[in-house]
Design a protein around this ligand. Structure first.
Ligand code: ZN
Length: 188
C-alpha cells in the first residue's frame, strides 16, 4: 500500500474529519466518480482512515464525511497492525452470489444502532486503488458485507433502509435518539 496513505491504527483525540449522522442530507446524495487519483485524493484517504480508526469503525465512505466522491475505506482487522486497510475508488460490483445471509450491522453515522441486514454472501468488485491502478476482488463474509455497506453510502443508501423488521428498527432508533422518519426503506 502507498506510503502516502499509510496511517497508524490508533485513536486520535481530534480526528481530521467530522462524521455526519442519520438525518443529515449529506448521507442521501449520489457520490461522483473520481476522475483522477492524485495526491489530493490520497490525502483524503489518509484522513478518512484516521477518522475511521478514531471512531472504532471497520469502514467509512466519503459521503459520511460530507464529501460526495466515490471512495470507501475498509479494514476488517482494525486491531491488527500488520494488515493494510483497503481503499476502493469508483467501485462497481460485477457479480453477486445468489446465496444471501443475515448478519448484524452498525454504522458510524448511526452510532449505537445494530440491526440484522440480509445481503448477498459473495461479491465480485472492480475498483481503483489509492494509486489509481485497476483492481478486481472476490470478497466473502465480513469483507463482502463491509464493502456492500460502504458502497450503499455512495448511492445515499443506509443499512437501516434495508432492515426488514420495521418494528424492531423503530424501537432501536428511538432508543438511540434517532428518528425513524430518516429511514428511506429500499424495495426488498
Ligand atoms: Zn455506514
Amino acid at each position: 500500500m502507498s506510503a502516502e496513505v499509510l496511517v497508524e491504527k490508533k485513536k486520535l483525540k481530534t480526528p481530521p474529519l467530522d462524521i455526519h449522522y442519520l438525518g443529515d442530507r449529506a448521507l442521501r446524495q449520489n457520490a461522483k466518480r473520481i476522475a483522477k487519483v492524485d495526491r489530493e485524493i490520497r490525502q483524503l484517504v489518509k484522513e478518512m482512515l484516521q477518522t475511521m480508526y478514531s471512531a472504532d469503525g471497520i469502514g467509512l465512505a466519503a459521503p459520511q464525511v460530507g464529501i460526495q466522491k466515490q471512495l470507501i475505506v475498509v479494514d476488517c482487522e482494525p486491531d491488527n497492525p500488520a494488515t493494510p486497510p483497503l481503499v476502493l475508488i469508483n467501485p462497481t460490483i460485477k457479480q453477486y452470489s445468489d446465496d444471501v445471509c443475515l448478519f448484524q450491522e452498525g454504522c458510524l453515522s448511526i452510532p449505537g444502532v445494530y440491526m440484522d441486514v440480509k445481503r448477498p454472501e459473495m461479491i465480485e468488485v472492480v475498483y481503483k486503488d489509492e494509486q489509481g491502478r485497476p483492481q478486481m476482488m472476490i470478497a466473502t463474509e465480513m469483507l463482502s458485507r463491509a464493502i456492500q455497506h460502504e458502497m450503499d453510502h455512495l448511492n445515499g443508501v443506509l443499512f437501516v433502509d434495508r432492515v426488514e423488521n420495521q418494528l424492531a428498527l423503530t424501537e432501536e432508533l428511538t432508543k438511540h435518539k434517532f428518528s425513524h422518519r430518516a429511514v428511506k426503506p429500499v424495495a426488498l
